[in-house]
Design a protein around this ligand. Structure first.
Ligand SMILES: [Zn+2]
Length: 113
C-alpha cells in the first residue's frame, strides 16, 4: 500500500480508464471491483469511490450538493458520461420504478426503418 502509484507511473485517471470497456449497447462497463449494490468501485490512497460518480466529475462537472447520479441506461456498473445525470433522490427512485428500458426504446428508434 501507498506510494505504488508512482512506482508504476500510472495516474488515477489511467487506472480508471484502463478498466472500462465499451459495450455494443453503448455503455461503458466497469470491469473492476463492484459494490454490493452493483456499482463500480475504485480504490485510491484516500478511500474507495463510486466509478460512475468519479466519471461524472471528470467528464461532466462537479456533482451539486445533495444530488445523486442516475444511470439513464439503468446499468449500475456503466460509467458512460452520456448515460449519467445528476438528479434528486426522488427522481432517481421514481425512475428506478418506471424502468422503461432505455436501451429498448433507443434500439427501437435506431432500427425504425
Ligand atoms: Zn450505460
Amino acid at each position: 500500500m501507498g506510494g505504488d502509484q508512482h512506482a508504476n507511473g500510472r495516474t488515477f485517471r489511467e487506472r480508471l480508464l484502463s478498466r472500462l470497456v465499451i459495450d455494443p449497447s453503448g455503455c461503458l462497463l466497469w470491469t473492476g471491483a463492484r459494490s454490493r449494490g452493483g456499482y463500480g468501485n475504485i480504490g485510491t490512497n484516500t478511500g474507495i469511490f463510486a466509478v460512475h460518480r468519479v466519471m461524472y466529475e471528470l467528464f461532466v462537472g462537479p456533482i451539486p450538493d445533495g444530488l445523486e447520479i442516475d444511470h439513464l441506461c439503468r446499468v449500475r456498473h456503466c460509467a458512460a458520461p452520456a448515460h449519467l445525470e445528476a438528479v434528486t433522490r426522488q427522481v432517481n427512485t421514481l425512475r428506478g420504478y418506471q424502468a422503461l428500458s432505455w436501451h429498448e426504446r433507443r434500439a427501437r428508434h435506431a432500427s425504425n426503418a
